[in-house]
Design a protein around this ligand. Sequence first.
Ligand code: GUN
Ligand code: ZN
Length: 652
Amino acid sequence: MSMFELLRRDGLARICKLETPHGILETPALLPVINPRTLTVSPRELYDVFGFKAIITNSYIIRNDEKLRGQALSGGLHELLDYPGVIMTDSGTFQSYMYGEVDVKNEDIVTFQRDIGSDIGTVLDIFTEPEWSMERTSDAVDVTLARTEVAAKLKGDMLLAGVVQGSIFPDLRERCARSLAAIEADVHPIGGVVPLMEQYRFAELVDVIVASKKGLNPARPVHLFGAGHPMVFALAALLGCDMFDSASYAKFARDGRFMFPEGTASLSDMKYISCHCPACHGHTYEEIVAMTPARRAELIARHNLWVSQEEILRIKRAILEGDLWELVERRCRGHPALLDALRKLGDYEEFLELTEPLSRERAVFYTGPETLNRPAIKRYQRRFFERYEYPKTEAMIVFDETSKPYWRHRQQEMQEILSECDSHFFVESILGPVPIELDEMYPIAQSVMPLRGDRDAVEGMKDLMERMSHEHPYAVAVGWDGKQTLDTLMMVCSDEPSFDLDLARVKAVSDYQFGQGAGSILLDGQVELKKSNNTGKIRNVIVDGEHILSMRANDGFFTLRPPGAERLRKGFPAPRLRVMVKDDSVPFNRDGRNVFCTFVQECDPGLRPMDEVLVVNSSDELVAIGRAMLTRDEMLAFQTGMAVKVREGIKK
Ligand code: GUN
Ligand code: ZN
């Protein structure tokens, strides 16, 4: 079992470490394809100059070439290629797809890869083509699975790549992935997608990746076979692909095509060279056109590698900084077919929500109507309708969107209205109906929208307001129109004002963050709120003299204090909000040490990354409080890495 550890994540996208016989590979990673017979750019240069710490080559080609085969078997693959990093090998499947039958057996090619010292060897899978019938595809999946089981017994110290096939049939993809999860493979390439990418069928590629990810073990790296264009890297990474490989950099170069994350540019169409990568730097368009075809292809191949490597680094930055969704939305504007793929993500709202963090450091930037399909926003709408409890006031006033936080900008109007009637307040936002007391919470306060809403956005907002109008309990509901509205309210309202913004905020955020009913559980008793002198924002929540919650200034959510955690533990039955740890972990966690995956016994499936969690022992006693780094399925699947970042241990 190879070690794969998740270090940082944003949704399904993740920065991980994969342990291989030739060192640790950090993902996401692009593996340039090396043709052992024609080295456009040498493996040594890829490692030393470009910084590619892994490459992929074809064991079938090596095996069929007497000289290469002998050298590989005697001195090893790394010596043959003069490459010190991680070498993955493919099996000949792609050759059989391109040129028909190959004369090699699964057992032989897997053994050969192992014997030449490949770090990651690939099964001889069957390339399932998009034109095939479901029946033919299903049979091919069965053969691939049987071969993978055989390969797992032969792999030795080599990591085994077990390929997900199943063409464009989501059920077959998921079935194949689920079966692979039960086999001792180490890496899971998603195969059979080259034709989809060549034909720009990116929306179908989304279906294929999602179906595969659903079935796979989350603690194994996923490789997207044949994904070599930097314009798809961000989208694929967002969906949880950890590795890519590309022969395109060299193929495109031979046709005079420059790759960019925004798309492809042909030298024949270009008038200027607008790139300053180390390959292009110092060369004019005229110089490049005047080069011999071989030199030109070399220059463009190097350009394509630099640009691809830069995009991988850009994606890593985005994962760490929390703006991968923005990057993907921008990249998907590089081609209408990619925009289709972006829109397709809207179909997978529920699946994407499972790994969506509670909040991010970066605000949501609106880049277009597709932004409204992001899981951060869909979750807001869903939790609002499922978890929010309306305050029992007589009236409700709906304000138009203003600057944020809303309460500050509507303070004067709210005071005026409250002096006349028992009202509560909403803002009609592009994100949906926002009760005034949720206005400091992610993503409401942490979102930046254009002032002029587009048609889709405005329509979506009206639909959500309409939905709320069927549910809310208020006797009177009106849009705010200044003095006029006040006059109307004075005529129809009779109850005494009862709305307390601060208390409502603590309750509404609690219900949203911890689940319906959490507010009542936490606030049962004498409530006292400590506010910041500078900002007027709530800092600490004290109930019956105990500090139970602290409100975070950055995302408007609560950090649990031990007495608050204890209230939730008593109020919600297990496994709600809990990570149950094994006995040998308990003393460490009581001491304030983090919870590691191998020590997780059970976990609430409702927990999301960055959620506050109660760490409990097998008798459901509180041993620590902290933040979930992973989902339940991930905590139980990973063999290493942090599951809960503990903030405070609880001594016996
Ligand atoms: N290279 C590109 N696609 C594939 C695939 O489906 N299987 C294998 N083994 N290699 C590939
Ligand atoms: Zn360049």
